[in-house]
Design a protein around this ligand. Structure first.
Ligand SMILES: [Fe+2]
Length: 185
């Protein structure tokens, strides 16, 4: 299930609050400018579906979001636990960073853990299939796909290098919960 836990950024031991209610997750994320919503597929997406098939299943939502936000490119990224590069893929955005454009991801299948560091708090968002998350530009965050990564996501970009991460050099991400095996799914 989708989940939000909010921590004081000095205390990873226990969250201040937590919810698995998608409407509440959206409500609690809204004040920090984070978009969280659910999309329904127009047609079933089968494992092994091509990027075109994946995008066709969500065409109306994709077109609406692109029109509203002026994204210039949309792609589909997919990773499975048997990927030989999974450790490198996981490591890439595990430390605190930000981007110069919004990080917008829709989870078609599988799951991943976004942690957003804003105003002395850490907002840990477990995104599952059907969830769209939009992290505003400049928001410090990290992303963990777990040791056995498994997801398909649609990504939205304004610039070709929009995915470039600017790392803050802090160790905060290492002090907060990681996305562990068995948590996913
Ligand atoms: Fe990021």
């Amino acid at each position: 299930m989708s989940r939000l836990r909010i921590f004081d950024d000095t205390d990873p031991s226990a969250p201040l609050s937590a919810t698995e209610d998608q409407a509440l997750i959206a409500e609690w994320l809204k004040p920090i400018g984070v978009r969280f919503e659910q999309w329904q597929a127009a047609a079933p997406v089968q494992p092994g579906a091509s990027p075109d098939e994946v995008m066709a299943a969500y065409r109306a939502d994709i077109d609406k979001l692109v029109a509203e936000n002026g994204f210039n490119s949309v792609d589909v990224v997919s990773i499975a636990p048997d990927n030989p590069n999974k450790d490198a893929a996981r490591a890439r955005f595990l430390d605190e960073h930000y981007h110069k454009e919004d990080e917008v991801r829709f989870f078609v299948a599988g799951s991943g853990l976004f942690s957003l560091h804003v105003d002395g708090k850490v907002y840990e968002v477990r995104c599952e299939a059907g969830d769209l998350i939009g992290v505003p530009d400049g928001t410090t965050h990290w992303f963990d796909m777990g040791p056995e990564p498994s997801f398909i996501a649609i990504r939205f970009f304004t610039h070709p290098d929009g995915w470039v991460g600017h790392f803050t050099g802090t160790d905060i991400a290492r002090r907060f919960p990681r996305y562990e095996a068995g948590q996913a799914g």
